[in-house]
Write a protein that binds this ligand. Structure first.
Ligand code: PEP
Length: 251
């Protein structure tokens, strides 16, 4: 099966309104030539989702959120619910980014609740999994990502699972300039796909798109994206410049 590639740019806590609007427009222009072949997503800070959606108009670039709460409304000060995101044109949501897990104490169960809620509210979740350097050095990579994946997709139907995007992001490669080799990344991606196959069968496992994330840049993107089970990239730092991001999309 050919899986359509998906490149997403996680802007994290960067850009103000004017910068976000300008960056989104520049990304749309710079990636237009690849629109037929690749899904392109930008993921601005939450308050800038609506202006970015407006700025993008009917372009090929979709917009995602960096986080959401699984509940639909209530006393959760500071949180955002799925329908608040869809109501402003947001189509994707990152669930369980390692920064959320590490800095804000998100557990895999909580991340799984977000993934399920995303589907309930019509958002496509990007479920992040990844091991720390200590875990890799202790030979625990496969066990850690397997556990994060299984808890992250708990309770999903096969249809929901097929539409879930998984992002393998080794924590030691995020924002460090240190990238997994294509062989290292491919091995983990194949392992993740194997777990999906056990859980939901070959057809679903073959449909799920698995992105790699961790210091992806224009010089390493083509090699990483050439691996058979790497279906796209979740890009942090290199997504803040339209030309750099566009050359990753081009790769
Ligand atoms: C990320 O934050 O998801 C990420 C991969 O960041 P960077 O590309 O900067 O390593």
């Amino acid at each position: 099966m050919t899986r359509r590639r998906i490149i997403a740019g996680n802007w994290k806590m960067n850009t103000d309104r004017d910068e976000a609007v300008a960056l989104a427009k520049a990304v749309a222009d710079a990636t237009a030539a690849f629109a037929a072949d690749v899904d392109v997503v930008v993921i601005p800070p939450a308050t800038l989702i609506a202006p970015v959606v407006d700025a993008l108009g009917d372009s090929h670039v979709a917009v995602g959120a960096q986080n959401m709460h699984p509940e639909v409304r209530g006393a959760y000060t500071g949180e955002l619910a799925g329908p608040m995101l869809t109501s402003v044109g947001c189509g994707y949501v990152v669930c369980g980014h390692s920064e959320r897990r590490q800095l804000f104490g998100e557990t895999s169960e909580f991340v799984g609740a977000k993934v399920a809620a995303a589907h309930r509210f019509g958002l496509i979740p990007i479920l992040c999994v990844g091991e720390t350097l200590e875990e890799r050095e202790a030979g625990q990579t496969e066990a850690i990502v397997a556990d994060q994946l299984k808890r992250g997709i708990d309770g999903l139907s096969k249809e929901q699972l097929a539409e879930t995007i998984v992002a393998y992001e080794p924590v030691w490669a995020i924002g460090t300039g240190r990238t997994a080799t294509p062989e290292q990344a491919q091995a983990v991606h194949a392992h993740l796909r194997g777990i999906l196959k056990q859980r939901a069968g070959a057809e679903v496992a073959e449909a799920v798109r698995i992105q790699y994330g961790g210091s992806v840049n224009p010089s390493n993107a083509a090699e990483l994206l050439g691996a058979p089970d790497i279906d796209g990239a979740l890009v942090g730092g290199a997504s803040l410049k339209a030309e750099t991001f566009a050359s990753i999309v081009g790769a």
